[in-house]
Design a protein around this ligand. Structure first.
Ligand SMILES: [Fe+2]
Length: 303
């Protein structure tokens, strides 16, 4: 369960949330202006509308910082690059490699196309399609990027959700952009998203805990402020991951290790039984399969 008193806001110092259903991006209104995780391609025009007045009048070009290479974190980047051709894209070295692979590009295109189809009426023929991304600024653990006299960010590798996850910590304001590295709260539940590695995911949450951030920007949700509230959130997220691992292990035992049966049971319970979701069904199933594999891999390591 997520702490009941979690209180999300959509603006903190230079940082603000671009509300677009469950796929928000965050914007940092500084020079250079930054957009974090411009997600699903169909929301490109919405991000552009919010971003255009922020970019106007700045002396330095837009930066797009990606926390990882999932379709709903980079899908609108090509659209925005068509609008802001001098923008620069920063992401992990691994994400830069992933985003060059044709198989990854095809998958990102396919998942984004689902949203484009659903939003065809709003898009009114505008081309927002995903067309691949070249990462201009490859980043890694320990990098420190000076943006201006009193604004810089540190880069932390926070794998577990994916292998290519980065978190960005803005030391001036104490703002931490963590993508999905510390889970995704939905109502009173925290989605534990250890798709690549359970152990790495746990270690990443513990790493983020040590930063004692004043504000935490969580993908798909909003901005959490206050060191105590953030610490409580991270501790609860850690516990949620341990509980979710136990749940998967319990189902694996019940179905004698049959992963497909585990997927069906959890999809029925967590997806089909609920009216609203933060992701479409296909990505939900794919993520669940990855989590089950992560738990199975852990069990193999422990043998
Ligand atoms: Fe993700």
């Amino acid at each position: 369960m997520a702490p009941q008193f979690l209180s999300f806001i959509d603006h903190y110092k230079y940082f603000s949330l671009v509300d677009s259903g469950h796929v928000p991006a965050f914007i940092c209104d500084d020079d250079p202006p930054i957009i974090f995780d411009p997600g699903v391609s169909a929301f490109g025009p919405l991000y552009y509308k919010k971003l255009a007045p922020v970019v106007k009048g700045k002396t330095r070009p837009l930066m797009m910082l990606l926390t990882h290479s999932h379709f709903d974190h980079c899908g609108a980047a090509p659209y925005l690059l068509r609008k802001f051709p001098d923008a620069r894209v920063g992401a992990s070295i691994r994400a830069a490699e992933v985003l060059q692979k044709q198989s990854a590009i095809d998958l990102i295109q396919r998942f984004n196309a689902e949203y484009e189809k659903e939003m065809a009426r709003e898009l009114a023929g505008e081309d927002t399609s995903f067309s691949g991304i070249v990462v201009d600024v490859p980043l890694k653990e320990g990098d420190r990027v000076e943006l201006s006299k009193d604004n810089c960010f540190q880069v932390f590798e926070t794998p577990g959700h994916t292998r290519d996850c980065l978190s960005y910590f803005f030391t001036g304001s104490g703002t931490l952009i963590a993508g999905e590295a510390a889970g995704v709260p939905e109502g009173d539940f925290i989605h534990s998203v250890f798709l690549a590695s359970y152990e790495d995911y746990i270690n990443s949450i513990e790493k983020l805990h040590t930063l004692k951030a004043a504000a935490l920007c969580i993908a798909h949700v909003g901005i959490l402020t206050g060191k105590r509230q953030i610490a409580d959130y991270l501790e609860t997220s850690l516990k949620a991951a341990q509980d979710y691992r136990a749940k998967i292990e319990c189902y694996l035992e019940k179905f004698n290790g049959d992963k497909e049966k585990v997927v069906s049971a959890i999809v029925a319970e967590e997806y089909d039984a609920k009216p609203h979701h933060i992701v479409n069904r296909n990505p939900f199933i794919m993520n669940l399969q990855a989590k089950i594999n992560a738990v199975c891999n852990l069990k193999k390591l422990l043998k």
